[in-house]
Structure formats: structure tokens, C-alpha cells
Design a protein around this ligand. Structure first.
Ligand SMILES: C[S@@+](CC[C@H](N)C(=O)[O-])C[C@H]1O[C@@H](n2cnc3c(N)ncnc32)[C@H](O)[C@@H]1O
Length: 224
């Protein structure tokens, strides 16, 4: 694991660019960051999209793996990086030496994604962790689906939330998506066994592989 991630998780805090210490919150837990990395290694993407940077914890996990995998286009979307999050995500990526590894779009995903689609952007890995209402995440997914290659993966954070569960139930009805299995070896990790004992969901992230083009007709509908 990156020394910076180790330091952040053990201190449960982050540093602003000016050196002020802030409590860590709203981040991807360590164990789910490692699952995200396992899925990155499995897919070996060339073009990655992330929605929702916050303090940059998931971005650090992603950058760590992408640098091991080789050249990759990595786009991050977050309208509030320099306001609500005090530029800590950007500072963390810089501290870890990843300042040239990504492009940050400081704009809402509902405006940025249609623009990227208009520019004919394509992705083969998308991590959706932005504004978590059902409608917002559905809009994110609508555009991700339009830009995701066949064989690509879309992952959602906070699958325990009713809004995300509803969204995932909807995605599961698409003929072109298959749920992404969790690697067997991941389930034997101590933190996962603790979650099982506590009757908590085993993963906080979940996703789908796009197995074919989206060929639904204009009148397609499936209850969910
Ligand atoms: C749960 S946090 C992301 C946590 C981050 N992935 C991590 O692991 O540290 C949700 C993020 O979504 C961002 N967000 C809120 N509204 C958004 C929007 N309309 N478009 C894109 N991102 C948005 C917030 O600024 C926040 O950074």
C-alpha cells in the first residue's frame, strides 16, 4: 500500500495544501479500495473515469494501480474539490507523485459527462461515487453507459444505500450488463470476515461488466 494511504488511514486525518490537519471522512474504506484495485488489475483499463474525488482516497488507490499497469487516461470529475474539500484530493495526489497522472474536471458530473460524450470520450473503467441520490446516480450511469466500451466495468460506491441499491437493481435488468463477481481470495480477508460476523454487507462497492453493446429498443422496459 502507498505510504501516504497508510499514513492517512492510521492517523484518520488528511492535510490541506497549507498543512492544516482535517479529520478523514466520506472516503472509500481500505478494504474496498483494495477490491477496487483488484478489479483494476483484472480489467487492465486504458481509460478510467472517476466521479467524486473528495479527499482523493479512491483516487490514490486508483493511481497506485494504474502506475503499475502502465499508461492510462484517467479523468476525475468533482465540482467541489477546491471548495468543500479544500483541494486536499489534488494535494494528496501531488504528495504521492501522481500530479501528472490524471485530468480533473471541476464541474458537476451532470454537465461534464454530456460534454465528454459530445467530445466522443470512451472509457473502459468507471467508478461512480458522486452525489448519491437515485436520480443523480442514474444520470451518471446513463452517460457512463453511453461511453463505456464492451468489456468495460462500471463500479458504484455505497451499495448499502437504498438509492444505490435501486439503481443497481435497474442496471441489472439491462441485457448488456452482468454483475461483477468478487474475487474468492478477497472474501477470506480478515476485515471481510469481521463484516460477515457483524452481518454487514461484505463489500461497499459493487459493479457490472458490459458484455455487449446496448441494443435495447426505444420501447424497452423492465420493472425493477
Ligand atoms: C463520497 S465523496 C467521494 C469520496 C471519494 N471517492 C473517496 O474515496 O475519497 C462524494 C463526492 O462527490 C462529489 N459530488 C457532489 N456532487 C457532485 C456532482 N454533481 N458531480 C460530481 N461529483 C459530485 C462531492 O464533492 C464529493 O467529493
Amino acid at each position: 500500500m502507498l505510504p501516504l494511504l497508510q499514513e492517512i488511514f492510521s492517523s484518520r486525518s488528511v492535510l490541506t495544501p497549507e498543512g492544516a490537519r482535517l479529520p478523514l471522512h466520506s472516503h472509500l474504506p481500505l478494504i474496498d479500495g483494495q477490491l477496487l484495485q483488484a478489479w483494476l488489475v483484472e480489467r487492465r483499463p486504458r481509460r478510467v473515469l472517476e466521479i467524486g474525488m473528495a479527499y482523493g482516497i479512491s483516487s490514490l488507490f486508483i493511481c497506485e494501480t494504474l502506475t503499475q499497469l502502465g499508461a492510462c487516461d484517467y479523468h476525475i470529475v468533482d465540482p467541489f474539490q477546491h471548495t468543500d474539500w479544500c483541494s486536499v484530493g489534488v494535494a494528496n495526489l501531488q504528495r504521492a507523485g501522481f500530479e501528472n497522472a490524471y485530468v480533473l474536471h471541476v464541474e458537476p458530473s451532470e454537465l461534464c459527462l454530456p460534454r465528454l460524450l459530445g467530445e466522443q470520450a470512451r472509457f473502459d473503467f468507471a467508478f461512480v461515487d458522486g452525489f448519491h441520490t437515485f436520480d443523480h446516480t442514474l444520470v451518471d450511469f446513463f452517460f457512463v453507459n453511453r461511453m463505456l466500451d464492451v468489456g468495460g466495468i462500471v463500479i458504484f460506491d455505497d451499495v448499502q444505500l437504498p438509492s444505490i441499491q435501486k439503481l443497481m437493481a435497474h442496471v441489472a435488468t439491462y441485457p448488456c450488463y452482468r454483475p461483477l463477481p468478487v474475487p474468492i481470495e478477497w472474501e477470506s480477508q480478515r476485515a471481510v470476515r469481521v463484516r460477515r460476523l457483524m452481518n454487514s454487507p461484505l463489500t461497499r462497492i459493487g459493479g457490472f461488466t458490459k458484455i455487449s453493446d446496448d441494443k435495447r429498443s426505444w420501447s424497452w422496459h423492465h420493472d425493477f
